[in-house]
Write a protein that binds this ligand. Structure first.
Ligand SMILES: Cc1ncc(COP(=O)(O)O)c(C=O)c1O
Length: 352
């Protein structure tokens, strides 16, 4: 019963066998190998246009370097206040952007709205040197609350960003989970909706360490190679990142893995609700935030379940945990089994 995080899972079998398959012999280093070229081509195919793709090792590096590509003197980066770039990256975006400022925007369901974004950007009018200047807007898809922006919501946020001529970044640490839920194409969920640069996450969904920064305007990526190298993310044995992605894309492993993780999350949420419980936010990807009795949480921990207590910020009073309740975070992955889900729900009902 391990629901601690999708990055607690191992690597998917297809990824591991691709690593072994591509391990023999020699290949040019630093991303100049034929496999890196082939996987870069694959990104063009997946996104239905020519993209500039750069492999990095972590989601924090992908986000921070992507934002650094659009840095400006006195630049301000706008995102939800709970965004990973705001709370979980140890000021890496500020560091990589050379002192960029992160402006957090509150918003229900882990999402920013065009109105909230417009108001936040209004505090930084063009031409007022004292306040700094708008630089980038960043959204997470799926969000840190396990919800998903619709294509219309992304396009509306882009319109607001466009009104101030700033690019839109998407933190896609759980890109595949969101994609499977929306049932659209990768192109629809990104550049067709106005995304300029994407942190394409694969680690959480079955790779070992494989993330990519994808620019939809290759011109914007002109100097990115230098940012990545300076940031310490140009791998000498880059072929092994490409190898992971080869296994990841093979036979649509990535979509199957995300579909399975989402399905397990939906079953957990249904089970909680069937027992009269509730979740803090809608379960739209592979994260579930159940609100349980504290004694149920204790029983789950005693039974060996791994899951975290979570700050239930911004919830309306009819949803927020009562005195004897606790909000938890559970994350499913390709490795979550139906038996894990059943075992969890059994402990929950016994401790009801
Ligand atoms: C929304 C989001 N973005 C990015 C990341 C990437 O983080 P890391 O640098 O740990 O790979 C995570 C991981 O928890 C995440 O949840």
């Amino acid at each position: 019963m391990n629901f601690a995080s999708d990055n607690w899972a191992g690597a998917a079998p297809a990824v591991m066998s691709a690593l072994t398959r591509h391990n023999s012999g020699f290949a040019p280093a630093y991303g100049t190998d034929p496999l890196t070229d082939r996987i870069s081509e694959k990104f063009n195919e997946i996104f239905e246009r020519e993209v500039a793709v750069f492999f990095v090792a972590t989601g924090s590096a992908a986000n921070s370097l992507a934002l650094a590509a659009y840095a400006r003197p006195g630049g301000v980066i706008f995102s939800h206040s709970d965004a990973h770039i705001q709370v979980d990256e140890c000021n890496c975006p500020e560091f990589m952007t050379g002192g960029g400022k992160l402006a957090g925007i509150a918003g229900a369901d882990g999402k920013i709205t065009p109105q909230g974004l417009g108001e936040a950007m209004a505090a930084y009018p063009d031409g007022v040197v004292h306040h700094g200047q708008v630089a980038t807007v960043s959204i997470s898809q799926a969000t840190e609350s396990g919800t998903i922006y619709t294509l219309e919501e992304i396009a509306a946020i882009k319109e607001t960003a466009r009104s101030r001529a700033v690019p839109l970044h998407m933190d896609g640490a759980r890109f595949a989970n969101a994609l499977v839920t929306l049932g659209c194409t990768p192109a629809d969920m990104t550049w067709k909706a106005g995304v300029d640069v994407l942190s394409f996450g694969a680690t959480k969904n079955g790779c070992w360490c494989a993330e990519a920064v994808v620019f939809f305007d290759p011109e914007a990526a002109r100097e990115f190679e230098y940012l990545r190298k300076r940031g310490g993310h140009l791998f000498s044995k880059s072929r092994f990142v490409a190898a992971q992605l080869d296994g990841y894309f093979e036979d649509d492993t990535w979509l199957a893995a995300a579909g399975h993780a989402n399905e397990m999350a939906a079953r957990l949420a249904d089970g909680v609700r069937n027992q009269g419980g509730r979740t803090a936010w809608a379960v739209e990807a592979n994260e579930v935030f159940p609100i349980l009795k504290r004694r149920q949480f204790e029983a789950l921990e005693a039974a060996g379940a791994k899951l975290y207590e979570w700050p239930a910020k911004g919830l309306s009073s009819n949803i927020a945990p009562a005195g004897d309740e606790v909000c938890l975070r559970m994350v499913t992955s390709f490795a979550t089994t139906e038996e894990d889900v059943t075992a969890f729900l059994k402990v929950l009902s016994e401790a009801a």
